[in-house]
Design a protein around this ligand. Structure first.
Ligand code: FPP
Length: 250
């Protein structure tokens, strides 16, 4: 009789892991500090997660850093987060180069302050030839905004007779998303104890395994990432088929 441990395939590492980094504010509050203190400490957890993903052979890591809804937070917090993004990408450049990490960004970049965009583009350019982990920052991102934008682009193609309605399929839509050059995530991790998706990658998460942890983002460590991967490896992904049909697929 096989036990759960025997079922774990050592090679079954997710190619793409997406993360909702939640709990920075509560972490800071618990320590009697301002919310931004939590965000600042969240940078360390980002570094740990990037290193852990690289070490495990994950190819794509997408981090939900700022949602379109986050623009509605008090201006002081938004400004502090924007400054933090600038300093974090600047300070981490040498680390990303050393670890062969390629940086990308997805979201409505037109809403970002020019200074953030400039700094981001410099490092995206600098790391573009790296061949290890691809780190994708979801910045000013929301899935409904992404899908709306894709629908507009498809409608425009139809209007210009570049595309026939009968030729629109799932692939047509995937190709118009911000994530058009990324595979769908196999695993989503959300920290901070909330059990929801919060407008993140709604199209791409159709078959993704979901993993929720109470750990607040600034406390999230390499070990927590390994735990999430181990949990994923013990699951059976059926994609609507039955167990016997998929048993030899991995
Ligand atoms: C959610 O916690 C976190 C954010 C909105 C910001 C995430 C930013 C970082 C981790 C900083 C560094 C990031 C990069 C990519 C360099 P919350 O504020 O919603 O926490 P709460 O639910 O406890 O209020």
């Amino acid at each position: 009789m096989m036990n759960d441990k025997d079922k774990v395939d050592k090679k079954k590492i997710p190619k793409h892991v997406a993360v909702i980094m939640d709990g920075n504010g509560r972490w800071a509050k618990k320590k009697g500090n301002k919310r931004i203190y939590g965000h600042k400490n969240g940078v360390k957890a980002v570094r740990e997660t990037v290193e852990a993903a690289g070490e495990m052979g994950v190819k794509y890591l997408t981090l939900y850093a700022f949602s379109t809804e986050n623009w509605k937070r008090p201006k002081t917090e938004v400004d502090a987060l924007m400054s933090l993004f600038i300093s974090a990408v600047k300070n981490e450049t040498s680390n990303l180069m050393k670890n062969n990490v390629r940086l990308k960004a997805v979201g409505d970049m037109s809403l970002l302050p020019p200074k953030v965009l400039e700094n981001l583009n410099v490092i995206i350019d600098k790391t573009s030839q790296n061949t290890g982990l691809t780190l994708v920052l979801a910045l000013s991102y929301s899935a409904r905004n992404e899908i709306t934008y894709a629908v507009k682009k498809i409608a425009e193609k139809v209007m210009k007779s570049q595309l026939s309605i009968n030729d629109i399929d799932e692939d047509t839509i995937s190709k118009q998303l911000y994530t058009h050059d990324l595979p769908d995530p196999e695993l989503l991790i959300r920290t901070g104890g909330e059990i929801r998706i919060s407008n993140f990658l709604l199209w791409q998460l159709s078959y993704t395994e979901l993993y929720f942890t109470e750990v607040l983002w600034p406390d999230f460590s390499k070990k927590d990432f390994f735990n999430a991967i181990t949990n994923f490896r013990q699951r059976e992904r059926r994609f609507g088929k039955i167990s016997e049909q998929i048993s030899n697929e991995f």
